[in-house]
Design a protein around this ligand. Sequence first.
Ligand code: ADP
Length: 169
Amino acid sequence: MSNAVYPGSFDPVTKGHLDIIRRAAKMFDRLTVSVLNNSDKSPLFSADERVNMLRVICRDIPNVEIDSFSGLTADYAKQTGTDVIIRGLRAVTDFEYELQMAQTNRKILPSLDTVFLTTSLEYAYLSSSIVREVASYGGDISEFVTPEVAEAVYKKLEDCQLVNSKRKY
Ligand code: ADP
């Protein structure tokens, strides 16, 4: 059995993430998408909410499971018996940080490899922070996230009274 972990903030999960999930799921017997719940970031969605959104949008991919963790990715990989981490690369700007993380993880756990999947061009510009920002100004995020996630984002922003102007979509 080949296992891989795709860790990330997924705050919220975008179509760019989903594209990476679908492609990685074809490469491994089992893929665990795991929400990193680190206290130094202040996310829009709680870890449980992000896990639930991922469960909904990945429900049709049989070999994908959703989990969450806090602390070091290398420790999490060790605990779960995983040797491969999946990360997505959008642009050169991602590269330096991702290379540093991959090398650090290998230093901590030498058996751990990071596999990078390059983004599909249509999602190269897309990030969770862009989604949050566009939605907070009432903009249309239907190109960026699935309908279930879009609903959850608008609702959360309304609940937090973070909408700067009235929702237009
Ligand atoms: P993190 O805070 O760990 O970077 P993110 O949720 O922002 O978490 O991203 C998780 C992973 O998904 C990262 O490897 C990131 O480069 C990748 N990723 C994010 N957006 C996209 C996208 N549009 N296309 C491909 N990969 C992406």
